[in-house]
Design a protein around this ligand. Structure first.
Ligand SMILES: Cc1ncc(COP(=O)(O)O)c(C=O)c1O
Length: 447
C-alpha cells in the first residue's frame, strides 16, 4: 500500500467475513459499543490513515481510534525507531511496580522505558510539572488524579465537574461524568460532586453568554464557591476537574472567557484544577496539552490514549509521600507500551506535528466550509480535533453511515456531532480526500 497514491475502496460494510468475525466475537464478549460491525484486519496492509478491513475494503480512518493511534498505522518513523532496539522478549517482562532497567546509564539506556517516558512527560508539561504516576487507562489516570487531590487537600470532601463531562467508566471517574445517563445510571458514586455549566460557545463573553456559565456579571462557578451565598465551601473543595475541550459530550470548545474565569476562580480560592487531557492531549489540538492553548492553569494533568499508557502528571508536593497510597502492578502497561509512548512524543517533536495539526486542521475546516453543505449546521475545531454538526442524531447517524459506505471512518459524539480525528501526521492530500468523501456523504443525507 503506497501512502502517496492509495485511495479508499469500500464494498458493503459489514461484508461477509466481518459478519462472521462479529458473530464469533460476540459469542464470548460482553456486549459493548461495537462500531458499525467494522472489523480491522491487523494482518493486512495499513499505512498512515489508511487501513484494510477483513473483507479487503480499504478505508481512510479519520478516527485514529479516538486519538489512541496518534500516528495512524505503521508509522515508518515509529517503526524505524522501534526496529533500532533489541526489544526484550515479552517473557522477560514483569509488572511495572518495581524498578526495572532497560540499559545503563538510566539517562540514556538502550531502550527508553517507563522512567524515560515519565521524564519526557515532565519536559513537555512545562514549569512545575516534575512528577508522574503511570497507570494503564484513561479512567485510571483520572482516578489517580482525583485521589492525589483528595489526599493533598487533607480530607476535603467536595469536588466540581462540568455538565457534559466524560472522565471514564470506573466508579470514581464515572461520578464525575455528566454526559450520557448510561454511564452513571444506578451505579454507586463518589459523594460530594457538584456540577456547573460548561461553556460550549467559542465566542462566548460574560456579556453575551447564553450557554449558562456566565450570569449577572458573575459565573455559576464563582457563585457556587461564594463564601457567603455559595453552596460549596472552598476550604472543603478537593478539586475542580475539566476537559479543556469536551470529547464524548460533543466536541465542545469553550471560550477564552470561560478558561480565564475557571483559572481566576481556582487562583482566588487556591483550588486544585485537574485537566483531563485524555482525548485532547499530546498534540491533538496543536499544543502538547489543549490547556496550553487556553488560560487554564492545571495543577494535575490526566493523560492516556495517544500516550499508550495512563499518566497523572503534577508537582511533587501534590503527590502523597506515604508509601502505598497510590500504586499499580501493571502501571505503565509494559516496557513496550512505555517505549511507544516515548517514541510518539519524540516523533511529534522531530516531525513538527504540532504545527501540522494546526495547518491540516485549518485546511479540513476550510474545505468543509467551502463545500457549503446543507445538512451541516456547524464546523468547529482546534488542530486535528474537528467537529461537524448535523441537525439531529438521526441525520448524524445517516452521515456517519454514508461516509463509511464511501470509505471514510468517522465517529459520532454528543447528540448530533460527527468527530474527525485524523492522525497528527496526516497529509494535505489525505485531508482533501477525507473532505471530499465527507462532502459527498453529507450531500446524500437529509438536512
Ligand atoms: C476525556 C476522557 N477522559 C477519560 C476517558 C477514559 O479513558 P479510558 O477509556 O482509557 O479509560 C476518555 C475515553 O474516551 C476520555 O475521552
Amino acid at each position: 500500500m503506497d501512502r502517496d497514491t492509495v485511495e479508499p475502496e469500500a464494498g458493503p460494510v459489514p461484508g461477509e467475513k466481518a459478519r462472521r468475525w462479529v458473530e464469533y466475537h460476540d459469542r464470548f464478549a460482553a456486549r459493548s459499543t461495537a462500531a458499525y460491525g467494522f472489523v480491522w484486519d491487523l494482518t493486512a496492509d495499513a499505512v498512515g490513515p489508511f487501513c484494510t478491513d477483513v473483507d479487503g475494503n480499504v478505508f481512510l480512518d479519520f478516527t485514529s481510534h479516538i486519538a489512541a493511534a496518534p500516528l495512524g498505522y505503521n508509522s515508518p518513523t515509529l517503526k524505524e525507531k522501534m526496529d533500532e532496539f533489541d526489544l526484550p522478549s515479552p517473557t522477560k517482562i514483569a509488572g511495572q511496580s518495581f524498578y526495572s532497567s532497560t540499559g545503563y546509564p538510566p539517562e540514556s539506556p538502550d531502550i527508553p522505558g517507563p522512567a524515560q517516558l515519565m521524564e519526557r512527560l515532565t519536559e513537555i508539561s512545562g514549569d512545575g510539572f516534575d512528577t508522574v504516576f503511570l497507570s494503564n487507562t484513561g479512567a485510571e489516570a483520572v482516578e489517580n488524579s482525583i485521589k492525589i487531590c483528595y489526599d493533598h487537600r487533607g480530607g476535603a470532601s467536595q469536588a466540581i465537574t462540568f455538565k457534559g463531562a466524560f472522565h471514564g467508566r470506573t466508579l470514581g471517574a464515572l461520578s464525575l461524568n455528566r454526559s450520557k445517563a448510561v454511564h452513571r445510571r444506578d451505579y454507586p458514586e463518589v459523594s460530594g460532586v457538584h456540577d456547573v455549566p460548561y461553556c460550549d460557545d467559542m465566542d462566548c463573553t460574560p456579556e453575551t453568554c447564553d450557554c449558562g456559565f456566565f450570569s449577572g456579571g458573575s459565573s455559576l462557578l464563582r457563585e457556587a464557591l461564594d463564601p457567603k451565598e455559595g453552596y460549596v465551601d472552598p476550604d472543603d473543595l478537593a478539586y475542580i476537574i475539566v476537559e479543556p475541550v469536551q470529547g464524548e459530550g460533543g466536541y465542545r470548545f469553550p471560550s477564552d472567557a470561560f478558561a480565564e474565569e475557571v483559572a481566576a476562580v481556582c487562583e482566588e480560592h487556591d483550588v486544585l484544577l485537574v485537566a483531563d487531557e485524555i482525548q485532547t492531549g499530546l498534540g491533538r489540538t496543536g499544543d502538547w496539552w489543549a490547556s496550553d492553548g487556553y488560560a487554564f492553569e492545571p495543577d494535575v494533568i490526566a493523560s492516556a490514549k495517544a500516550l499508550q499508557v495512563g499518566a497523572t502528571v503534577s508537582r511533587e508536593e501534590v503527590f502523597p509521600d506515604e508509601k502505598a497510597r497510590i500504586s499499580s502492578t501493571w502501571g505503565g502497561g509494559d516496557v513496550l507500551s512505555a517505549l511507544q509512548g516515548s517514541l510518539i512524543i519524540d516523533t511529534i517533536e522531530d516531525k513538527n506535528l504540532l504545527e501540522n495539526a494546526v495547518e491540516r486542521g485549518e485546511q479540513l475546516k476550510a474545505l468543509l466550509r467551502d463545500a457549503e453543505l446543507d445538512a451541516v449546521t456547524g464546523i468547529r475545531g482546534r488542530g486535528l480535533m474537528v467537529a461537524v454538526d448535523f441537525p439531529s442524531k438521526d441525520v448524524l447517524d445517516e452521515a456517519v453511515r454514508a461516509a463509511l459506505e464511501r470509505g471514510l471512518l468517522t465517529l459520532g459524539c454528543g447528540r448530533r456531532t460527527m468527530r474527525l480525528l485524523p492522525p497528527l501526521d496526516v497529509t494535505e492530500r489525505e485531508i482533501e480526500l477525507g473532505a471530499r468523501i465527507l462532502a459527498e456523504a453529507a450531500k446524500t443525507v437529509d438536512g
